[in-house]
Design a protein around this ligand. Structure first.
Ligand SMILES: Cc1cc2nc3c(=O)[nH]c(=O)nc-3n(C[C@H](O)[C@H](O)[C@H](O)COP(=O)(O)O)c2cc1C
Length: 339
């Protein structure tokens, strides 16, 4: 991918926490899309191993997504109260609440791996890397994409040297990618954000959020998106690592909503009891993520959809259980016909 013009129309969203697998990313690459590995919650060594596995199974370009987590001030009183409020859930599940610690998801070590062993694209989420970090990636031939949720964030990304921005609209499943605040109120949805960004920045805009079929792909391309990054539509793919509880929820009807209850950072998931019972989680990421990890793992093991995160976008009921190649083909169907 020497040239930004070569961005394939379908980009597989990185989906940390289980759904992303080497097999899924490779299948999307082989189907003509751009597969992404999700390094979130993996240490640098595991990420490096997945990069090597990818190279063994596909010769096509692929991307790696990295979380850029900065330590921000946490209301310790609110965090302590929240940890106490989830204690009864832990008791029901027979586990202890985890230690609410900060970590930066191994950022520096991951960057070192990606500089030593370059991939076609590195995308960032939750923040914008320094211009010098982008230059270092450019120097090894890597394109840098930054996920944004507003025009202001896109300007920062482009000023720092981003080759493309991923425009994450409000309907997107999983965490909001916002740089500075928690990113809930006033969020633009995908169509509005793409329209605004294509006017404001002169790098390719990749649309993300609520993209379920070829009509969505065509519409967003008409609005100016160069490509689309699709997550939820791949959650039921044969090659996805989505756990059984999550798969069943995605496949059934159910409203989605924003919550901080599981991680301390706003994310969209299918509404369940834990989200309903804990609407007051403070902004404290990844402290709350670590605190709820044992509860979520126990709930998954018990087949309990009420106490684990069920990240999904608003259009999850359109996700299909089939090989990833077929999902790529369905997403392309009418946009190819229109060309
Ligand atoms: C289960 C799940 C996990 C996600 N994990 C990540 C991630 O690790 N990194 C990232 O940049 N975005 C992540 N996202 C957000 C996607 O990149 C993308 O914005 C979103 O999936 C687009 O909306 P859609 O789910 O409606 O297609 C995740 C989304 C889901 C559904």
């Amino acid at each position: 991918m020497e040239d930004a013009d070569e961005i394939p129309t379908i980009v597989l969203a990185p989906m940390a926490g289980g759904p992303s697998t080497v097999a899924l990313a490779a299948a999307v690459c082989e189907a003509g899309g751009l597969g992404f590995l999700a390094s979130g919650y993996l240490g640098a060594a595991k990420m490096a191993a997945q990069v090597e596995e990818m190279r063994a199974v596909t010769a096509r370009p692929f991307g790696v997504n990295v979380f850029l987590v900065r330590e921000t001030e946490v209301d310790e009183g609110a965090l302590a109260a929240y940890l106490a409020s989830i204690q009864p859930d832990a008791q029901v599940l027979g586990v202890e609440v985890g230690a609410a610690r900060f970590d930066d998801d191994d950022f520096d070590a991951k960057l070192d791996v990606l500089l030593a062993s370059p991939v076609a694209v590195v995308s960032f989420t939750f923040g914008c890397p320094e211009a010098s970090q982008m230059r270092a990636l450019h120097d090894v031939g890597t394109r840098v994409w930054v996920t944004v949720t507003s025009v202001a964030e896109a300007r920062i990304a482009v000023d720092a040297g981003a080759d493309a921005v991923i425009a994450q609209g409000a309907s997107a499943g999983g965490h909001r990618a916002s740089f500075f605040d928690d990113g809930g109120d006033g969020a633009l949805d995908t169509d509005e954000l793409v329209t605004a960004l294509t006017k404001e920045v002169d790098v390719p805009v990749i649309a993300a959020g609520g993209i379920a079929d070829a009509t969505d792909v065509s519409r967003l391309r008409e609005l100016g998106a160069r490509a689309v990054q699709v997550g939820t539509a791949f959650l039921l793919a044969d090659e996805a690592g989505t756990n059984a509880v999550h798969r069943a929820a995605v496949a059934s009807r159910g409203e989605t909503g924003w919550t901080r209850a599981f991680s301390g950072r706003t994310a969209r998931g299918i509404v369940n009891d834990f989200m309903r019972e804990h609407p007051d989680a403070p902004i404290a990421y990844p402290q709350v993520h670590h605190a709820t990890a044992p509860l979520r793992a126990a709930a998954r093991a018990a087949g309990d959809p009420g106490r684990t995160n069920l990240w999904a976008g608003t259009r999850h009921e359109f996700a299909r259980a089939m090989p990833a190649r077929a999902i790529v083909q369905l997403l392309l169907r009418s946009s190819l016909a229109a060309e």
